[in-house]
Design a protein around this ligand. Structure first.
Ligand code: PAF
Length: 280
């Protein structure tokens, strides 16, 4: 496994590795990231992983300075997973002096995470664009857990005619259903137990949908009821939205399905999760 830092080192290493699949990460890797690596490896044979905590996607009061990091452990996990190339850029390798060009994906970034975290998706779209231009992958792998990020990046790739296949992989969960996330590291024992409220709320909506409920407000209420029973949960939003444009809907078209999603602060971390209410 080659580990590179500068863009020149990356360019030299990538010239020897084609076609290349990319798994962009912010490090502090868990099984969710490794599932992306395995899928990328199976699809393309040669895999690059970027490890970069991207400052432009954090708001001024967010957790950039405390975001969990453990590069040595990440590199061990990536070597074990058979990764070919790891790019660990410094901030100046991504954003050289005088940097002033950003990518704004309009519309789908106004709602949900975009509404609660202004500028977040501008930072994500910009860094992913830079990673794609530098690594030049044929395909890039992202987790469904960040559902809105997936919608935003797919739209960016389509709108800007970028020649990369965006592959979305299923959310990987702990045994009790909590979606894996680097930010779960912030949870103490009490809050870790409370954090299962996210998947419990989503599953309440999912079972009502499976039982024939199509009224979106009825599904939002199901989720709110579960969340209200957990005193440690501070709800950011609860959403039943269109899977393409992420607008809230009134009634789910059974042929289209919907995205059920939520953001909840449980102690220190603000956690997000979602389930696709699949068409029937
Ligand atoms: O999903 C993440 O970890 C980040 O948003 C990404 C895609 C690596 C961009 O920094």
């Amino acid at each position: 496994m080659r580990i590179v830092t500068t863009r020149a080192e990356l360019a030299a290493a990538r010239a020897e590795a084609t076609p290349l699949a990319l798994v962009p990460t912010m490090g502090f890797l868990h099984e969710g990231h490794l599932s992306l690596v395995r899928r990328a490896k199976a699809d393309h044979g040669t895999v690059a992983v970027s490890v970069f905590v991207n400052p432009t996607q954090f708001g001024p009061s967010e957790d950039l300075s405390t975001y969990p990091r453990d590069l040595a452990r990440d590199l061990d996990l990536l070597a074990d997973a058979g990764v070919d190339l790891v790019w660990t850029p410094r901030v100046e390798d991504i954003y050289p002096g005088g940097f002033s060009t950003y990518v704004d994906v309009e519309g789908v970034t106004d709602v949900l995470e975009g509404a609660e975290r202004p500028g977040h998706f501008r930072g994500v779209a910009t860094v992913v664009n830079i990673l794609f231009n530098a690594v030049r992958p044929v395909a890039a792998y992202f987790g469904q857990k960040d559902a809105q990020q997936c919608v935003v990046l797919r739209k960016m790739v389509r709108d800007l005619a970028m020649d990369v296949d965006v592959v979305i992989c299923p959310t990987v969960r702990e045994a009790d259903g909590l979606a894996m996330s680097s930010r779960n590291a912030y949870l103490d024992e009490t809050h870790r137990a409370a954090a299962t409220v996210l998947i419990r709320a989503l599953r309440a909506a999912e079972s009502a949908w499976a039982a024939g409920e199509t009224d979106a407000d009825a599904l939002r209420s199901r989720m709110q009821t579960v969340l209200a029973a957990e005193p440690l949960a501070q709800v950011g939003y609860v959403s039943i939205a269109d899977t393409d444009d992420l607008r809230e809907i009134d009634a789910i078209d059974p042929a289209r399905g919907a995205l059920a999603s939520l953001a909840v602060r449980v102690g220190k971390p603000r956690l997000i999760d979602n389930l696709l209410l699949t068409p029937r």
